[in-house]
Write a protein that binds this ligand. Sequence first.
Ligand SMILES: NC(=O)c1ccc[n+]([C@@H]2O[C@H](COP(=O)([O-])OP(=O)(O)OC[C@H]3O[C@@H](n4cnc5c(N)ncnc54)[C@H](OP(=O)(O)O)[C@@H]3O)[C@@H](O)[C@H]2O)c1
Length: 290
Amino acid sequence: MSRQGVTLIGLGPMGQAMVRALLAAGHPVTVWNRTPGKADGLVAEGAVRAATVADALAANELVVLSLTDYAAMYAVLEPAAAALDGRVVVNLSSDTPEQARAGAEWAARHGARYLTGGVQVPARLIGQPGSATFYSGPEDVFEAHRATLEVLTEADHRGADPGLSQVYYQALMTVFWTTMTAHLQAQALVGAHGVTAAEYLPYAVQAAETAAYFLPGIAKDVEAGRYPGDEGTLAMCAASAEHALHAARDAGLDTTVPAALAALFGRGVAEGHGAESFTSLVEVLRKPAA
Ligand SMILES: NC(=O)c1ccc[n+]([C@@H]2O[C@H](COP(=O)([O-])OP(=O)(O)OC[C@H]3O[C@@H](n4cnc5c(N)ncnc54)[C@H](OP(=O)(O)O)[C@@H]3O)[C@@H](O)[C@H]2O)c1
């Protein structure tokens, strides 16, 4: 059975991995990239280079975008927008839910059906079992192309609202970047006291597992809108956050991250949540800082 042809626009590390996964699964792939040289290796492996964006759009019904953001999508597709009519555009570029919704309206105005997506794994895991992507947009369009999209990663359709994939994706990115940065901050702290990264590693892993233990309780409090402080209060947590800040300062480290946390916890106490649980901070986070 001949496999569905795919056009892939955007050949950063992620786009290149996607092209390789599609070629490995037997899909004909047409590629285009602003910097043409990035296609050279892929062409040697069997991809077809489109000379123009319009040629790339004309080559296949299914067009996957792997660009830095939505500004890049407009920069690439606006000049060739007439060729979007009848295409199915799957935009796997990261951006805000609002940008995703506006992009879907823009694509519809040009006659394209449109899915958004947020890839949850690094490029090296594309095509590997256990990898996943959030999708959103019309379910029939998703189902029609699901088999091809699942060559890239497992596909998790979150709903018809085109913003939803980015809602889930940016939620995970918020956790990912804050968690990873916190681990770097911790490494800087232990390193300032002569503890090596390897010596600290088992405790870093333990900290990550401990976070998972707390998640159901956080979800329960947020869902209920009740934050009982019987196992520990926000006032205690605010004092703890101050200790982490002072430890960073005493070690001569950058204090951006611990200072932000201490300020946030302090705001929660100032707003009257001191006797409640740490989870009451969600009430503070739900509104912009004054
Ligand atoms: N890499 C990862 O591990 C990873 C993991 C999950 C999600 N993602 C997301 O997947 C997307 C692609 O990732 P990536 O690492 O491949 O990103 P990248 O290195 O930023 O490359 C993306 C592509 O965007 C193109 N581009 C950027 N601005 C452009 C513009 N103004 N006009 C035309 N083309 C433009 C680049 O073209 P040039 O080659 O000409 O610069 C390149 O082909 C991003 O949204 C990223 O957040 C990446």
